[in-house]
Design a protein around this ligand. Structure first.
Ligand SMILES: [Fe+2]
Ligand SMILES: [Fe+2]
Length: 295
């Protein structure tokens, strides 16, 4: 995004939500943990110390660590041990997920849309992680980053839903009457789409560039820079999730088609697509605990 474009997007988002400061604040614990982990001398104790400052986050990390999701043989009694057992990067991932989900969980409006939104987001998260582990094992990409990028890829839709409910309704109506893709409906009503809005929020939260890029380009990975390593993974995971579970609450996602060259770029044999769809459903079923973590 050029500087001029990003200023324009900021103005449009400002017009949309009224006051930019109304947007959820950056997940502070996540930012602090990221900073600590970047330091080579960081220890699990440092990370645990940050989480311990936030009692609600401590409870969520413990709840997840002791859930069926990890299937640990012995219960984890405190946060320090959770960090040691799960690893610092996995805990960072848990904290980001919990922060993002709870930042938008305040509204009681249209619970069904929200639940469907997070179910789709989780399906893309587990799909992205599965694709990375299956096909990208030799590359230096992180499964945790793929998961976070997948979980947050449609975050822009949540901004519209939570902060511009009238426009959200108009978009839903447009989709019902005219069909997808979502981005076209959003551009028609708002002048910008959920990829731009989500990327703006990700920058505001100072999330890693890889995650911001995947949010920006998950529908157009062919337009991303070479460095956008997770863009194509999240794009393919998005298509897989739509095939596995149907639409994400919108009437027509038939336009959710694979962009040319993505499978080749990720070295995924086209014949594997049916098998991968089944695998996404299996991974999702194992991971559903994630959605209960912030409630
Ligand atoms: Fe999307
Ligand atoms: Fe999506």
């Amino acid at each position: 995004m050029t500087e001029a474009t990003s200023v324009n997007v900021e103005q449009q988002i400002h017009a949309l939500v009224g006051d930019i400061h109304k947007l959820p604040t950056p997940p502070l614990v996540f930012t602090q943990i990221s900073r600590v982990i970047d330091n080579e001398d960081a220890s699990a104790y440092d990370v645990a110390g940050i989480i311990a400052e936030d009692p609600a986050m401590s409870a969520q990390v413990l709840k997840l660590a002791n859930s069926a999701y990890y299937g640990l043989a012995h219960p984890v009694p405190h946060v320090k041990q959770a960090v040691i057992v799960l690893g610092m990067n996995e805990v960072k991932n848990v904290v980001l997920a919990a922060s993002a989900i709870s930042a938008f969980r305040k509204s009681s409006a249209d619970r069904e849309y929200q639940d469907e939104f997070w179910r789709h987001s989780l399906a893309v998260a587990v799909g992205a992680r599965m694709l990375l582990r299956t096909f990208q094992a030799k590359k230096i990409l992180e499964a945790e980053t793929a998961f976070s990028a997948g979980l947050l890829h449609d975050l822009g839709k949540m901004v519209v839903f939570s902060y511009a409910p009238e426009e959200h309704q108009k978009i839903q109506q447009y989709l019902q009457e005219t069909g997808g893709p979502d981005c076209r409906a959003e551009r028609e009503i708002l002048g910008l789409d959920h990829c731009q809005i989500g990327a703006y929020l990700a920058q505001h939260w100072k999330l890693p560039a890889d995650i911001t890029s995947a949010i920006s380009y998950h529908h157009t990975p062919q337009e991303s820079a070479e460095t956008g390593a997770y863009d194509a993974i999240v794009h393919v995971a998005d298509v897989l999730a739509h095939r596995a579970f149907g639409s994400s609450g919108e009437e027509d996602n038939s336009s959710e088609v694979l962009q040319v060259g993505c499978l080749e770029r990720l070295r995924i044999p086209p014949d594997d697509f049916g098998r991968l769809t089944v695998m996404v459903v299996e991974e999702y079923t194992r991971s559903e605990t994630f959605l209960h973590m912030a409630s």
